[in-house]
Ligand binder design. Structure first.
Ligand code: BG6
Length: 495
């Protein structure tokens, strides 16, 4: 096991799932604030107004807004070198299209970064994590509208100038490739297109569903809109990279890709080809553009065969070419399989439902656990791009029990992390330039797919239930002490 001395050990959260304080100090509504609580069997809903009797998890979340000092102290106690967090766009720009930011929003994040600096923790900031100001979604149809690029850049300019010297690492969009998945377009294509559809893991995504029947105008329009929105987001990202480098050449910008990692279910050539196509079109498409600076050949064929017309304007190709990211990041929780056999057993996963892998076990939420797959995909990604990589999400979502004495015993989480860290060590020994690891929800937060609090990923327990009832006190889980030891030993002591 050879984790370098300067390896960035840490943890990750996102504003809308962690921060709370949803309408305080001038913050506007974000799209995420309009998402109701769901469950494994009940999809979340977007509601235009706040409905009585519904609970909106982002409103309180884990209340980092009022606990950030305590939370950062806990991170420091674990020995974090890096903390991945996101900025709530609507806290800085309540409507999204204002010229000047909300000073109190700017101040809040300055306080957070200053607190991190106090402990020598490097922030890794996701600029847009599954949300945008609600107003942009309603008035402009979100990312489907090219104007959103300018609003985003205005927001980025504030971030890059205000926090110069406090932040070095930025991620332009969380899991940007998920923008093309059915039901997850809420943050990209505008709310209207996803009303009542649920989101993320509540939706079945099949390769065949990508094929647009020419007769189905509505489906074709939605598909076009999603890819257009994605194109706008990738342009915005490329422009943000250029802007950041011009403001501070020390800035390092990364892409963040949802680890929709799939194998062929069998060695039948049809399964192999189908899995390769799924990997290209769902997993690699965005990073091929963001790391290499141009749409790959397979995308052109895919677009042509599926009636997809993105609104490519003159100058766009040059923008993409100039705005390549400095490092690659992705989320990794599980893997799935692809097959042409329609009767194959299905499995759940992060946003995608594939065929079940008979060699793997699943978590309580049905995600198949595959530590060796992490080594495999790290090698694949590094072979392809040859730039530094960080695993910026990984972990086990599981309900925990808070004991009367304040302890939380979570051996299952320790085992999950141990196995994944071991495989990251193997990947480093394979020659992969892996530079950081930020396990997801290092302090408990609400789940993106269901909004539940009880799908806990944390090393720290937050006393709140799915409906936001509780003291919000923080308790160290067994995994907290274990991870502290892992970090202190540079990943050599995983016992
Ligand atoms: C990733 C997202 O897809 O998965 C996170 O970037 C999310 O926002 C994480 O929380 C885990 O998914 P869930 O649905 O269990 O919260």
């Amino acid at each position: 096991m050879s984790f370098p001395k300067d390896f960035l050990w840490g943890g990750a959260t996102a504003a809308n799932q962690f921060e709370g304080g949803w309408n305080e100090d001038g913050k506007g509504d974000s799209t995420a604030d309009h998402l109701t609580l769901g469950s494994r069997s009940k999809p979340r809903r977007f509601t235009a107004t706040f409905e009585e009797g519904e609970y909106y998890p982002s409103h309180k979340a884990s209340d980092f807004y009022h606990h950030y000092k305590e939370d950062i102290a806990l991170m420091a106690e674990m020995g974090f070198k890096v903390y991945r967090m996101s900025i709530n766009w609507a806290r800085l720009f309540p409507q999204g299209d204002e010229e000047k930011p909300n000073p109190k929003g700017v101040e809040f994040y300055r306080s957070v970064f200053t607190e991190l600096k106090k402990y020598g923790i490097e922030p890794l900031v996701t600029i847009s994590h599954y949300e945008l100001p609600y107003h942009l979604s309603v008035q402009y149809d979100g990312w489907a509208n090219r104007k959103c690029i300018d609003f985003y850049l205005n927001y980025c300019k504030v971030l890059f100038t205000e926090y110069k010297g406090l932040v070095k690492y930025w991620l332009t969009f969380n899991e940007i490739n998920s923008a093309i998945l059915e039901g997850n377009a809420y943050f990209s294509a505008g709310i209207s297109s996803v009303q009542d559809k649920g989101m993320k893991a509540g939706v079945l995504e099949k390769e065949e569903e990508h094929a647009v029947d020419a007769g189905e105008d509505a489906a074709a329009q939605t598909r076009n809109k999603q890819y257009t929105a994605l194109h706008h987001m990738m342009l915005a990202s490329a422009k943000a990279v250029e802007l950041a480098h011009s403001i501070d050449p020390q800035y390092r910008l990364g892409c963040m890709i949802a680890g929709i990692c799939q194998y062929p279910l069998t060695c039948r050539p049809d399964d192999i080809i189908k899995a390769q196509k799924a990997r290209q079109n769902i997993f690699y498409l965005c990073s091929d553009v963001m790391v290499r600076g141009a749409y790959p050949g397979y995308a052109k064929r895919y677009f042509a065969e599926n009636g997809i017309q993105i609104s490519m304007e003159s100058g766009d190709e040059a923008i993409l070419q100039k705005g390549c990211v400095d490092f690659y990041t992705f989320s990794y929780y599980s893997t799935g399989c692809v097959t042409t056999d329609e009767n194959a057993e299905k499995t759940a996963g992060n946003m995608i439902f594939g065929a079940a892998n008979p060699y793997l076990q699943a978590s309580e939420w049905g995600w198949q656990i595959d530590p060796k797959g992490l080594r495999y995909f790290l090698n694949e990604i590094y072979d392809r791009y040859q730039i530094p990589i960080m695993v910026v999400e990984n972990g086990l979502g599981q309900d925990d029990t808070l004991n009367p004495d304040g302890t939380v015993h979570d051996p299952y989480r320790i085992e999950y992390m141990r196995q994944h860290i071991e495989q990251m060590g193997e990947a480093i020994n394979d020659g992969v330039e892996l530079v950081g690891y930020t396990p997801w929800g290092c302090i408990d937060l609400t789940a993106a797919s269901t909004g539940e609090m009880k799908k806990r990923y944390g090393l720290v327990y937050v006393d709140s239930d799915d409906h936001g009832n509780g003291s919000f006190r923080r308790y160290r889980k067994d995994s907290f002490y274990w991870y502290k030891k892992v970090i202190a030993s540079d990943g050599t002591d995983l016992s």
